[in-house]
Design a protein around this ligand. Structure first.
Ligand code: ITT
Length: 196
């Protein structure tokens, strides 16, 4: 059985591949195709965007497609950057600039008020038309400086609840075991296993 990952984010692809390592399942990415559809994120919610991406790729290739739309929601910023996380500091989608902006906006905010969560919506679109959508969260707080170099995006400035380090200091396996994406992908895994 073949499944196409509807993302070009290498960090997501790494985490998804690890979680979807199932016998009998071939995981394909944009690198396996000569052309790739335009994936427009025109929705106002993570759910809408995940479904748009999964359905666009499913319709384009006629294969099972799995998409992720995710973001970081910071309480002191009324839930920002949220659905705009990847381009928070501009259209180039630069993770370093995004973290600079976030840390500057939280400058002087004391630790008890730095609570935040990562949210992830995984959408699986099946060729027959069925759709499975799962949302999961990972609670934590925003550090005052970057720590660690693993992961991607805001991982160096996010401390998961119950940990004394950043998400970027965790191994791939550790991150998947507690992360928003890891949790949402476990539901996807169950659906896919039932189809194999
Ligand atoms: P695709 O649309 O191609 O999947 P993208 O990076 O544009 O890639 P999103 O629109 O879903 O994806 O934006 C998600 C952003 O949220 C991502 O770029 C990071 O800035 C942030 N983010 C999501 N999950 C994260 C994680 O596990 N660790 C760190 N940052 C994360």
């Amino acid at each position: 059985m073949e499944l196409v990952l509807a993302t070009k984010n290498p960090g997501k692809i790494r985490e998804m591949r690890k979680m979807l390592d199932l016998p009998g399942l071939t995981v394909l990415t944009h690198r396996d195709f000569d052309e790739w559809p335009e994936l427009e994120e025109t929705g106002e919610t993570l759910e809408e965007n995940a479904v748009i991406k999964a359905e666009t790729v499913r319709d384009h290739f006629g294969l099972i497609a799995l998409a992720d739309d995710s973001g970081l929601l910071v309480d002191a910023l009324d839930g920002r950057p949220g659905v705009h996380s990847s381009r928070y500091a501009g259209p180039q989608g630069d993770a370093e600039l995004n973290m600079d902006r976030l840390l500057a906006e939280l400058d002087g905010v004391p630790s008890p008020e730095r609570s935040a969560r990562f949210s992830c919506v995984i959408a699986i679109a099946l060729p027959a038309g069925e759709l499975q959508v799962t949302r999961a969260e990972c609670e934590g707080s925003i550090l005052t400086v970057r720590e660690g170099s693993r992961g991607f995006g805001y991982d160096p400035v996010f401390c998961p609840k119950g940990f004394d380090c950043s998400m970027a200091e965790l191994s791939l396996e550790e991150k998947n075991s507690i992360s928003h994406r890891g949790k949402a992908l476990r539901a996807a895994r169950i659906l896919l296993e039932s189809m194999l």
